[in-house]
Structure formats: C-alpha cells, structure tokens
Design a protein around this ligand. Sequence first.
Ligand SMILES: [Zn+2]
Length: 969
Amino acid sequence: MKFPIAFGLLLATPAFARAQQPIDSAYSARIRELTQVDPSGHWKYTTELVSTLPASATVPTPLKVLGYVPGTLSRLSYVAELNKYFDALAAAAPNRVKKFTLGKSDEGREMIIVAISDEANIAALDQNRLALGRLADPRALSAQDRAGLIKSTKPIYWLSGSIHSPETGSPEMLMELAYRLTVDESDFIKDIRSNVITLITPVTEVDGRDREVDVVKESQALKLGNNSIPLIYWGKYTAHDNNRDGMVMSQALTKNFIRGFLYWHPVVVHDLHESVPFLYTSTGTGPYNDEYDPIVVDEWHTLAYQEITELTRRGLPGVWTHGFYDGWAPNYTLLSVANLHNSIGRFYETYTSSGANCTTVRLPATDTARRWDRPNPPVNGIRWCIRSNINYQQSGALIALKYTADHRETFLENFVSKAERMIERGRTSAPYAFVIPRGQRHSAEAADLVNLFIAQGTEVNVALSDFTLKGPAISARRGTAADSAARRTLTDTALRREPSDPNARTIPADSAVRGRAPGAAPSRDSSLLVVRVHKGDWIVRLDQPYSATARTLLAIQHFKADDPPPYDDTGWTLDELRHVQTLKISDSDIFTKPMQHVGSAVIEGEVPASASLIVRHLGDWRSAALPWKLAASGASVSVLEAPVSFGGTSYPAGSYLISGANETARTAIRALGLKAVAGSTNARQHAIKVPRIALMHSWLETQNEGWVRYALDQMGVPYTYISDQSLRTPGTLDRFDVVFFPHVNGSPNSLVNGRPMVGPAIPWKKSALTPNLDLWDQTDDIRPGMGLDGAAALRHFVERGGLLITTGNSSVLPITLGFNPSVSVTTTTKLNARGSVMRAQPAPGASASPILYGYDSPSFPVYFSQAPVLSVIPRDTVVVENRDPSLAQQAERMRAKTILRFHDKADSLLVSGLLAGGEELAGKAAVVDAPVGAGHVVLFGIRPMWRWESQGSFALPLNAMANWDHLAF
Ligand SMILES: [Zn+2]
C-alpha cells in the first residue's frame, strides 16, 4: 500500500516562517544539490526544517570553517576538525554557545560537550544545572520549591553522535544543527532556544572516528566503492561493544559520559546510530528492563510518535518505531544509563550511507512491507546519500527538541516524579537496601562493586556499628514483574554465601553469612533468618533516586523463551558473575541504624614483615594474578599441589608459598587486598615460572580479544600482542610459553584462511593518508589468516610443551583441526541460552587441576552464550584381557579431561537470564584440558573474561597460564 502522495506535496511551502531572516544562498544551494529528489515526486528526503540554512553575519557555517557542507560526498571530518568547528561557533556566539571538555578518550583524544540555548539560559547555565540537580534528587525539596523549579527550569536535551564509528553521518549533522540552533530566528527554533538547553557531543567514540575517516579515505583511494575497508579497531579495546559498557563503566568514553550525565542532569539523552532504513526511533519490542519506570516507557513512545507523525506528514518514507531491539539489557552505554537515572534514554537508527557515499536502495520485502507497527515503510529503488541521512536525522532531532520545548513543564514534572517514585519505592517496599559485607571472601572484588555503584551516582553508606535486622521475608510486590530483584527465593537471596549453589551444604569458616552457623544448610526457618550487619559493611539504601542501577545489577533476570528474541545478553547479575556476596534487606529498620556516607571503598591486604609468606588462593583474579605481580620483586613463588594445614588453618591447593619477599613484594600483595601469614612448608609444591604470553588476534575482528586485552591490562598481566598472520613466519612462537587466542567470530575455515582474497591488498597501516592506523597492530593486507602453515605452527608449539588457550568460538579451531580427537563440539537443537549466567561445577576427579586452584565451592556462576557446547569422550572402562596395561595408561594420558562442567541437573543450571532446552547443556564440558604432545590446549566453551563483567571466572585462564608447565594432575 502506498502512502498518499498529497501529504508530501502539500508541504511545498515552509510551515514555519523565517521572520525575514536571509538565507545563506551558497550553502543552501549546496544542500539542494546534495539532496536526492525522487523523480516520481512521490517521496521527499528532506523537510522545510533543514532544506535551507539561515545566514548570519557573525557566526560561521561549517562551510566557512571547514570548506564543505555536511553531506558532501566522500567528505568526513576528523575529530580535530569537528572540534575546530565547535570552537569557532562558540567563539562567534559566546552568548548562545558554550563549549566544555567531557574528558579524554582511552587514547587521549578530547571528547567535548557543547551547550546551545538563548542568551538568558546560557547566562544562567550553571544555575539551571543546579536546579536540575535539585529536581533529580528531590529528597530535600519542598512542594513550593518543586513547583517553582518546574516553572523556572529549562530541560537539557543531550544529543550524542557516532559512538559507533562506521555510522558516520551524525557528527556531520550535529555541526549543522548546532549552527542552526544558534542563529536561526524562526519561531520554531526560537521556541527551542528559549525553552530547552541543547547539549551536543558530536562524537562519542573519538578514537574510532579518526580511524573511520582514515579507512573511508583509503577505500576511496583503492576504489573499493561502498565496500569500504572494515574498521578493525575502533577504540583502544572495544569496537561495537563500546555501547555495551553502561553497566560496568570500563572504557574512558563511558566514564566521561556518566560523569557528564551526573554533572548536567539531562532530561533526555538521544544517541544517534545508523543501520536500518530509513529512520527507526527507539521504543523496542520488549521485554523492557524491569527497573525502567513505566513513565519513561511512555515517554519513549510519546517522542517517537511525534517524530513519526511530523516526518510522515512532511512526506518522508520509512519513519517507524517498535521492532529492532528489545529494551531488556541495561548495558547500552548512553541510553540505559539515562533510563536507569530517571532521565529518558533514546536513540535513532537512520539508514547508513557507507562512509560518505550514495547507494541505490534495494531492500528485502520484509523491510518494505507495510505492517501494523510500520504503516509508512521504507521504499525501494530510490537513491540514498549521506545528505539524505543527515536530512532525516536533523529533521527528527528538531521535532523532538521542539516537542520538548513545547512540553517543557511536563518533561520536568515527569523527571522529578520518576525520582520521587524511585525514592518512595525504596522507602515503602522491600527490598529496602543491599548490604555488601566487607569481611567476605572476595572483599576486594566487593569493594570494586561498591565503587562501581558510587561511579554510577548511587549513594553508599558504611555501617558505624554492628547491628541485626530481621531476615529476608521478601515477597514480590503484588506478584507483579515490576520488581525483579524481589523475585529471588529465600535460598538464593539474602543468605546466599557461595553464589548460586543450590546444593550447598557447607559454609566455609570465613563465611560472611551472619545468623547462620557455619556448616548449616540454607533454611527457611524464620528463627535463623537474622541478618547481622557488621561495622564497616557497605549499605546501598534504596530510598534514593539513583538506586535502579544497583537494583538491576543485583537482580536475577528471568527472560522467557517465548519473549521476542533477545537483542543482547539476557542475564548479567553482577554479584553472581563476580562471585561477590550481597544481602538483600527486607527489614525497613535498616533506615534507623547508624551509618555514614562514603566516597569510595578500599580494601587493604594484610602482610606481615616476613620474607617467607603463605597466601591463600581465593579462586579470584587477584589471587591468580599474584605471580605476575611478584615477578619483578625478586621473590620466588611456589604453589601447594594439595591442601595443607598450617597454623591450625587449612590452605587449599594453589595457595602460594613465597620466599625472599621484600617490601616490594609485600606491597604488591597488600595492593591486591590479599592476606598473607608468615611461614613456609615442605608440602608437595611446584615453582611458578611466569610464562611468556602471546595474546593472539585475528584480522577478522578484534572486539572480543579487546575485552580480554582490557582485562589483562587491568590485572597487570603482561603479554605480547601478535596477529594470527604472524604464525606464517617460522619461529614466531619460539619465544612464547602461552598463546591466548580469545573468541573470534567466524567459521573454522575463516579462522584459518581469513577473508576472501578478492581485489587489491587491503592494508591496515599508518600512512600519509591514514595517520590513525598505527596503534595497535598493522599489516599490509588484512585478508589472509594464519593459513595451514600457521595452524601447523600452532600445533607444533603445543606439542613441544606450550599452552594454547581458546575461548568461545576460537575453541572450535583446535577441535576441527584434530589437535586432540577426544574432544568435540556437540550440536544442539533445543538449547536456547543467549548470554546467560549459568552454574558450573568442577568435574568429577578434576578438582586437583591447577585450572581450578582456589575454586573450592561445589558450584559457581559463569557466563555462557549458546555455543560451543563441548564434549569429551568418556574414560575407557572396558577391561581387555591380556592387554599391556601401559597402553590403557597411555590412552588415558592422551585423553582430554573435563575440568569444569555445566551443572549436571538441568533445573539447577540457570542462575540468571534465558535458558530453554537445558538438558542439552547439563553436565556438558565448560572447560576442557586437552593434552597434545608435551603441551596442552585448554578450551573454554564459556567466555571466562566477558566484557569486564565476569570477574568470578577470570582466575580460570590465569591459573592455566601461571601453571602452564604443570597442568597434568
Ligand atoms: Zn550503532
């Protein structure tokens, strides 16, 4: 069905008069040239809002500063050029424009934020910001002040461009929009200027932007057309996942954004993306995250339908909402943070133009069909250029800004109401608080979690004395799904000690569980349900405006198999993934207990002044990273190969015996938050020889190894960064003991052979044309993989005694190549486990494996996403008469061994997220140790270092690496 033609034609004259302001005729002519016209006259690809540009005698346009009009083919601006334009704009119109720094990226480029409003609002910018802060935290706000502030305050609408670097149009558009908002004297723009403060961050991923401009230029030089060079590296560590960092705040761009968010208190955050045709404005399919206030869900729809109505009436095809994404995972760096902080987080997806090009639209019927939720679908056959993308984005943004201006008080009323509702919910319904015990097993990791909450703007207190509270009689609020945190059962809530072990029957002596004797089983007996809070324990009260982040990070997620397909992870319960204990408090008396606000959480280790030390391995990354931290100190490090009792305390296998410890060594142990005791023992042990590690990447993609690289850098584990292509050079691996090859997307064929060898060589290399491609690796041609020679080199490396570690999809490679034929990948047909938290168990007989050093609980949570499901052929138990027994021993030595397996009961498998068909996963291998010659391949079916979320399993690969020459057990 076609859209009525007349709607497009009726709007040939501008709907909003320009009050006699002259047009910049040269610039406007250029806009006209760049804007595509539908020869049939059916459709328009611009609106009267952006089809011309007003002239200014004093304020320069992008054309004047940079020499081109945004939307010019083959022309994109580097970060320095964009910043130069905004400097010129702010200098020429200081009464309407103010530019600020937002901080430096991971590679040192500057992120900026530009405020645009009328003279009065800019003069009162700080006063307005503080007023928004009072509305954002209304705990001390009188009814009179509240009403006054809603009348006098201007909402902040923050537009952010290009967090995703190959999505190139938004930084260009935002320059022109900034100019227009500054100089246009039409009533339409004047309304925006006087009622809204627009913040603009032209580029969020500044490092990736400069690389993208480089590869677009190089693609043009190589005449690759719209098939541009793939952007291998975006930011220092992350690629597309740079907007999956909103929960854990690992990357500089995330930290800068959240700091800016907490400073400015924007009422709307609008993130500009590009992918699907022609303008998708976000609402999503659901299921929406349980912690989002119903008001914000309505606000998404309100703004989206405004844009759809206004742009459709102006004759633009393909403006739609619903669909595209779910709204479940709260990890989207900009929008989720806004939605969890009582603001509005939203995004566009406009149709990309492959760099700065034109393309003829050829969409599948699924994209062009009229549907109930998309009555004005995209159309085929038209010419789509970067200017079309800019026209759509800019027109939509102007309509959203105008609507916000026209309904300023409603948005502010919602803004303060959402904060009040969050406070009230925590004040009047359980849970009332989370307590994070300081004295727990992984106390330093617990402190990290507390610091994450603080960085998210959540207030944290410490208990000033010991006190007790009534136990966790939690019930879901009226049985609704509104409070996912309240849906945990008693046995896995406040009295959890070992995260997620439903069968736990013993509690370690250092247990932080209070009100339950060590060794007691979890119980529903209410007489035992007393929560003892100790002086120094951290308390996150939920009667505060910014408590939703803590709520969702500590909630158990229930994603149903018949929900719409998930867009990203379905489970992320962070205390589980990080093996940290938290207590959910159902007794409102906690509000009356003595506590004090803290600005940070610190755990100091305890180390006596002795040269000989014993340090317990706690099954965490801090314990596992100890050998690397001590490597430079001159101390010798050995590990116990079996449990030992010392000084009346039992130390598990993997605990460290350190000799020759000097103050440098003791300081390193203390900094990790670990406890040492003086002493030594002759019990069975082996010396740790810190390995020479090669972290290997493929040129297919670097995103997933980037997260591992980030984790190793954070933990202080040094490595040499190599590409799979380097394996083609004989002897490359001679200088390494460990090759760590993290998950790479792709078939085994592409992992070996790389990309198709079609056309010219595609370099990723610094040159005069591409000055930003020097970090982190370079090649003359990204297409070849390791090749069969490289695969053989990898095998020889293992055979001569090396350790190869693979995770996720990379584990399929050594299996396909038959490095050890006793391990295989199992095909699943019913399993549905997209990005979930699962329970894993040490495999029977494997608890002595060095990979499990410190992991002494019967089960623990790990992150897993769908595949690969690994299997090991069972031990040969057939008795063959008259066979040389050494043959059986030899076969057993060569057999791969399951070290960690998924919980063997399907109904105990899921901790958080989505799981269906769990019987196909129950009992299957999660980590396999496969001997090959004198060495080992350790294959992870799970992703042990997932997005700076799964710290609880970081020690598994670290243990394997530290004990690379002693993996047999
Ligand atoms: Zn995107």
